[in-house]
Write a protein that binds this ligand. Structure first.
Ligand code: HEC
Length: 130
């Protein structure tokens, strides 16, 4: 029994180690897969459109990478996000999506993406939205 547990733990350690290698950002371009990220985006689509200028419960995410936080025209942001003054890039989006409320206290966005690979992928997808 003990050996079997050890083997399972060793297998997990191997998987965790290889996942860390895959998730490590290698360059300025997206580390994730936009195709996989489109699947993750299903969690966002109820509140966010990918069409420019179309605001729903949340602001349109068209062109969000490279945009300043809280600046989508016609969207009524929380005072917290309006004041956040963040440039949305891979790093800042990763930090925000891991835990929005901790990143920007008082934001109306409360959906997080706890899995790092999912975050990399959805950010890669966001980069395709112009
Ligand atoms: C339940 C609705 C809801 C869901 C689901 C949701 N969001 Fe949001 N999101 C919001 C709201 C509301 C805001 C505006 C927050 C504010 O003003 O404080 C926001 C803001 C944002 C912003 C900041 C945009 C800007 O213009 O500064 C980003 C980026 C973002 N969301 C990404 C995502 C991603 C990626 C997902 C899916 C993983 C997601 N959101 C899922 C409601 C949601």
């Amino acid at each position: 029994m003990r050996n079997r547990t050890d083997a399972v733990l060793a297998a997990f350690a191997t998987i965790a180690a290889s996942a860390a290698v895959v998730a490590a950002p290698s360059s300025a371009s997206a580390a994730g897969s936009a195709a996989a990220g489109q699947q993750v985006f299903a969690r966002c689509a109820a509140c966010h459109s990918t069409k420019p200028g179309e605001n729903k419960i949340g602001p349109s995410l068209a062109g969000v990478v490279g945009r300043k936080s809280g600046t989508e025209a016609g969207y009524n942001y929380s005072p917290a996000l309006k004041a956040a003054n963040i440039s949305w890039d891979e790093h800042s989006l990763d930090q925000f999506l891991a835990n929005p409320a901790a990143d920007i206290h008082g934001t109306k966005m409360f959906i997080s993406v706890p899995n790092a690979t999912d975050r990399q992928n959805v950010i890669a997808y966001l980069e395709t939205l112009k």
